[in-house]
Design a protein around this ligand. Structure first.
Ligand code: SF4
Length: 363
């Protein structure tokens, strides 16, 4: 198949769902879809209604906006308040609630905040506005890390002194490893993200079957891709043989994209990082290597932010548990009552990749 429409054909979707129903044993099976785009499309195309109830799908931490820590958001807001500084960010970050404000509110006030589609936009802006400091909010996973790394290399080549990066880049396999150690989740399989895997390949997931006996399947994002990925995982569970399988072989290989990996490792080093809901995970972040520290916003413009307590309503937000897969959004007391995509109380409702957003719109 070549065209998107072919992956959305109703008769093929129903056949694939029937094959899964036929194969699924009667006991409960927990499958985590790591990536927010899988969660979104799973509900958007109504796949949840076609599959047996004992197949439990747990939304994972693969939404970069959702897992950025509260402190990170507060610091981004503080950068937007610095005179002569322009914060450049992906649009999803604008409405993520910080402790007392959002980037959107700052933009409506005196803050300088611009939305970009990629780090290359920040690079172009830095060339155009040498009198301003440009701070790019570098959030995302391995897919985004490669273009950000390229922009940093280019900035170094051009000796741009006014472009800074505030990194909160994270790596997916380390979060999966952390979640596998949490026995409460009792995971039987991971549906792994196609875009991240296009960069890293399927090899980095091999620890899951080898060390934990839990299978993985990399899948694309169209309905048939998702169903085929689930079929592969259920087959592994029925056969009691955990593997790493690749449903998305039209894009993903075992070893991934060497060029992108080389660029990432030239600019970034592995470091510990804090994930909202999961806490500090060793080796799960990417920070700038010593050769590129002149582009590190935290080194060049260190900030001290005042810690203010959360409001009573913010304290009720249960994004942390949603991200960890411990509860579904409707178990949060604010869901649909006061928290909605128009009026989000937590990042999981802001981003289109957020689990609360997907539940609100489609579930
Ligand atoms: Fe947070 Fe809103 Fe989701 Fe509740 S419904 S966990 S408040 S984002």
């Amino acid at each position: 198949m070549k065209y998107i429409d072919e992956f959305r054909k109703a008769n093929l979707i129903h056949r694939a769902a029937a094959a899964i129903r036929e194969m699924t044993p009667g006991y409960g099976i927990n499958i985590m879809e790591v990536c927010g785009t899988h969660t979104q499309n799973f509900f958007r195309f109504g796949l949840d209604k076609l599959l047996p109830g004992n197949l439990n799908f747990i939304a994972g931490p693969g939404c970069p906006v959702c897992v950025s820590s509260q402190e990170y958001i507060d610091k981004a807001i503080a950068y937007a308040r610095q005179g002569n500084t322009i914060v450049v960010t992906f649009g999803d970050m604008l409405r993520v609630p910080g402790t007392t404000s959002t980037l959107e509110k700052e933009r409506a006030g005196k803050g300088n905040v611009l939305v970009a589609y990629s780090a290359l936009d920040a690079l172009a802006l830095a060339r155009k506005k040498p009198e301003h400091k440009i701070v790019f909010l570098a959030v995302g996973f391995e897919t985004t890390a490669s273009t950000i790394a390229l922009s940093i290399m280019e900035a170094k080549k051009e000796k741009l002194r006014n472009l800074l990066f505030f990194p909160s880049l994270k790596t997916i396999p380390s979060a999966m490893s952390y979640l596998l150690r949490d026995k409460r989740l009792n995971l039987s399989g991971f549906l792994c993200p196609g875009h991240v895997s296009a960069i890293i390949g399927t090899k980095p997931y091999e620890f899951a079957p080898e060390k934990y006996g839990v299978g993985c399947c990399v899948a694309g994002f169209e309905p048939l891709d998702i169903l085929e990925g689930i079929y592969f995982l259920v087959r592994q569970i029925v056969n009691k043989k955990a593997l790493v399988e690749n449903q998305y072989s039209r894009v993903v290989t075992r070893t991934g994209n060497f060029k992108a990996q080389r660029v990432i490792s030239a600019v970034f080093r592995e470091s510990d990082d804090v994930w909202r809901g999961l806490g500090r995970i060793p080796g799960s972040g990417l920070k700038l290597k010593n050769d590129f520290l002149e582009f590190d916003a935290e080194k060049v413009m260190p900030l001290k932010i005042k810690h203010v307590g959360l409001s009573q309503k913010q304290k009720l937000c249960r994004c942390g548990q949603v991200i960890k897969g411990l509860i579904t959004p409707d178990e949060c007391p604010l869901f649909r009552k006061i928290c909605s995509p128009e009026n989000p109380y937590g990042p999981c409702m802001v981003s289109i990749e957020g689990t609360c957003n997907a539940y609100y719109k489609y579930h």
